[in-house]
Design a protein around this ligand. Structure first.
Ligand code: CFM
Length: 572
């Protein structure tokens, strides 16, 4: 366990060169599609990551794993706040599919505490609202919900038809707020607003910042206090992180947004530091809190034992307190010792095995550290909806072109708060930290930490995933429900890194040990070699992407058709 199997400097040597695999993936596409996909499929150079095409529209006809803006806002960033009522203004399907499918777990602290996450509230728009407007129905729904539950706050989410018919949800919310005397606010997060759920994250950050952050100035009396931003308590991850930090003597004011209450959020601007887990979904909030309140932010990663130790040390370094540093070292030593045996055993069975990760906007990066812990190599990875800075590092931010889709999302103009802006560190303290090599806002992106010559693929399609498996047959693929069973039918285990397949937690040290065991069980199971996909047994099910001959008209893209062929012979 000396050198990391994912040491970026070491070039990845694969039986089939990555350029060849990339060409094989691109081959089936029409000229126009190929041109676009080429920019999103990059052979990695960690020292100087090449520019990757990211956060651009998915080409129609390509099977993507992406979600919508509404999902990113209601489902991801705000949904986990469990003591406010979330009302989806739209047809019933949008509400239902945002309900409890993400495993952002909640444990009310005391008997009788409110937990509304079991409820799925929707205005259930019908044709009459689409034609005559849905504002009245929304106002009635807010009143009804208040009468039933008396919540501290109500949050309203617009779905696609709401934007199309022009319901003004914000004025309905303002009126309801005056009438009921509670905080009621809305999000214009119509599904079509952006190219993916990423737009919804930004809209959610803006809304939480405007309507919740800073409403309660109760002084913070904790010696060492931080917020964790971009941690959603999937499978209980946030609880692991909280417990670990508590052991070190560090208090978590609020986790945005995992098992968190409205009151925690309204008071979290009193923390001393923001530690960012998922850069993609919440970097906006970290920046805005820095400008308005003077809270600096750093990037952390509590996924993987080595990364967790590194993140704890970084937080202790920030506070600069010798007692805290000693405590953190003692906790790291104790936790590492507790998982040493399982890590070594699993390492001996998994060393040299390969993984490929295609997930969301940060996990494809973070989970590479867990695989490194047990000697596994990541040969290919990519995000569904991340931006160039999540791939190449924040240095590229000034050079990112703002396109029409991004311009659609409001950029809040934030200024230091005249009363509450208070720099958390003096000039002298900042100089001391900088001299020791400490940096703030320090996200270098995924590519700088991946092996040279690994394949980075943005918004991977099902076709590319199948080619990847055909060519490299990784020992495990980490992805989500949209392709899990396609992957497994091809005889490769697939670990869902969104929902964790009903398992977890995987964060911090105890979580890391859970992950080692799970991966060991999956990659070393003999089951996979007995798996034969249905199309191998029944050749009439085999389908192949075939392109018709080129069309004459230059301005029309070649149509894509799936022609069913009995191409593959039946297995004996
Ligand atoms: Fe951040 Fe997430 Fe992710 Fe994300 Fe998500 Fe998620 Fe994810 Mo699924 S906020 S970007 S929009 S870490 S729901 S908890 S697992 S895609 S990699």
């Amino acid at each position: 366990m000396t050198t990391s199997p994912n040491d970026p400097k070491a070039p990845l040597e694969l039986a089939v060169p990555v350029e060849q695999a990339r060409a094989a993936m691109l081959e089936a596409y029409s000229t126009k599609t190929r041109k676009k996909r080429e920019k999103q499929m990059i052979v990695n150079d960690p020292e100087s990551p090449p520019e990757i095409g990211a956060n651009s529209r998915t080409i129609p006809g390509i099977i993507t794993q992406r979600g919508c803006t509404y999902a990113g806002c209601r489902g991801v960033v705000i949904g986990p706040i469990h003591d406010i009522l979330h009302i989806t203004h739209g047809p019933i399907g949008c509400g239902f599919y945002s309900w409890l499918s993400r495993r952002n777990l909640v444990k009310p602290r005391n008997d009788g505490d409110t937990n509304y996450l079991q409820y799925c509230m929707s205005t259930d728009m019908q044709e009459s609202e689409i034609i005559f407007g849905g504002e009245k129905k929304l106002a009635a729904a807010i009143r009804e919900a208040y009468a039933l539950f008396k919540p501290k706050a109500i949050s309203v989410y617009a779905t696609c038809p709401v934007g199309l018919i022009g319901d003004d949800i914000h004025s309905v919310c303002r009126t309801a707020s005056e009438e009921l005397g509670i905080n009621v606010f809305g999000f214009s997060c119509e599904g079509y607003k952006g190219v993916s759920q990423s737009a919804g994250h930004h809209i959610a950050n803006n809304g939480v910042f405007k309507h919740m952050i800073g409403r309660d100035d109760t002084p913070n009396t904790h010696e060492f206090s931080i917020n964790i931003l971009g941690e959603y308590n999937i499978g209980g991850d946030a609880w692991e992180i909280d417990a670990l930090l508590a052991k070190c003597g560090i208090h978590v004011m609020a986790t945005l947004s995992g098992d968190v209450t409205y009151d925690q959020i309204t008071n979290c601007h009193t923390a001393q530091l923001n530690a960012v887990m998922c850069h993609r979904s919440i970097n906006y909030m970290a920046e805005m809190m820095d400008v308005k309140f003077g809270i600096p932010w750093i990037k952390v990663n509590f996924i993987g034992a080595e990364s967790t130790a590194k993140s704890l040390r970084k937080i202790a370094e920030y506070f600069g307190d010798e007692r805290l540093k000693a405590r953190v070292e003692a906790v790291i030593a104790e936790e590492m010792a507790a998982i040493r045996e399982v890590r070594e055993q699993v390492h001996s069975r998994c060393e040299g095995k390969t993984a490929a990760l295609f997930v969301g906007g940060s996990r494809a990066h973070h989970y590479q550290d867990l695989f490194s812990d047990i000697g596994m190599v990541t040969i290919s990875a990519g995000y569904e909806f991340a931006h160039r800075d999540d791939y190449e590092g924040r240095d590229v931010l000034p050079g990112i072109k703002i396109d029409a889709d991004s311009r659609n999302i409001e950029e809040l103009h934030v200024e230091p708060d005249p009363q509450r802006f208070q720099p958390r560190k003096s000039e002298a303290e900042l100089a001391r930290l900088q001299a020791a090599g400490f940096s703030f806002k320090d996200y270098d992106g995924m590519m700088r930490e991946m092996r040279r010559r690994s394949l980075v693929i943005d918004d991977i399609s099902h076709h590319e995933m199948e080619k990847l498996i055909e060519i490299y047959r990784p020992d495990i693929i980490c992805s989500g429900i949209k392709d899990k069973f396609v992957v497994e039918k091809m005889g490769v285990p697939c670990k869902q890194l969104h929902s964790y397949d009903y398992a977890g937690p995987y964060a911090a040290f105890t979580g890391a040990a859970n992950f080692y065991r799970e991966i060991d069980r999956m990659v070393n199971s003999k089951l996979w070699k007995y798996t034969s996909p249905p199309w191998k047994r029944s050749p009439e099910l085999a389908a192949r992407l075939t392109m018709p001959p080129k069309r004459e008209k230059a301005n029309v893209d070649e149509p894509k058709r799936y022609a069913r062929t009995a191409a593959e012979p039946a297995e004996a």
